[in-house]
Design a protein around this ligand. Sequence first.
Ligand code: ATP
Ligand code: MG
Length: 324
Amino acid sequence: MKNTTTTAPITITEKLKWLENRYWKFGDEENLADNLFDLYEVDDDGRMTSQPRRDPLTGETRGLMVLGASGNGKTALLKRALRVDSILTKFRINHDGTTLFITVPPDATIKKLAEIILAKTGYTKIDAKLRSADAWEIARHRFGLVGIKTVVIDECHHIMRPGSGRDVLGAIQSLKHIMQSDPGVALIIAGVPSLKDAILSEPSGETYRRFQELHLTRIRLGSKAAGLFGKNLMKSAKTLGVELAVEDALPERIIFAEHGQVGKSVALGKEILRDAVSRKRDTISLANADRVFKKSTPGLDMTPFHVADWDVVKAELNAIGWGQ
Ligand SMILES: Nc1ncnc2c1ncn2[C@@H]1O[C@H](COP(=O)(O)OP(=O)(O)OP(=O)(O)O)[C@@H](O)[C@H]1O
Ligand SMILES: [Mg+2]
């Protein structure tokens, strides 16, 4: 693990910056680490190495698919892994990192993706007439040349978009070919659940079977993830010097208000803390939280932050169909 400790923030500017940069664990970090463990060789002490695991008969590596609805925290989770994991170090030209992180732009074709990889690995001789298959061949060769051991493709569903001039089958196979490159790279792809459906559309299923899957789900009230969310909120509040009354059940109300969406719940939690810090308040009341929430979700008579006992508020909101 890299050392990620920071000194406690003191001024308002420092506090707001500290809060903005905070990653709040919600439990899937361990699932990701457990899935990553399967992609690499282990040493005699049972520690994961940076060497991708290869099938001795075919020389092929393995893949991991990270799936979740938009805003469920896929990108935040993967970027955190690159920050804290000593194996998944970010590749930059002329640095030691071995993990290439690519975010696929919405309109990218598979050829464009290969060109992005070429550019990111320092290949400057890209010819406009280069064919897609050739661009990919050079790209795969570059991985070995510049020492890339892992490729992360975020927003991967974008290359699977059907339509004229687009080649879904070719896109699926280019993923498979990454896992067949020499000397071998582990592949991590992330996207919305339709990414899996797109890969399953390949009749032979040969690309799909090379992937493990990690599904990010919503936070359910009462779950371990909900408990972690509460701890994160309380810990951040403490560092920022604002007080929260435990009996207000603020974490539960936030998760309920945002229907358990990780990203949205974190954003609302941070916004409520930010509201207090920037207005120099040292406590957070339900009325304050209610005001913050109504700014992003106007037009509501009653919100989960209604000033009354949480069980009563929850029952009333459930009765009018909030949870649906
Ligand atoms: N664990 C977390 N801690 C702090 N912030 C988070 C966390 N998870 C998500 N967020 C924040 O929530 C927002 C949405 O998360 P993110 O972009 O990772 O979702 P996503 O699943 O990648 O969505 P999309 O499919 O739209 O790309 C981001 O602003 C991100 O910084
Ligand atoms: Mg994302």
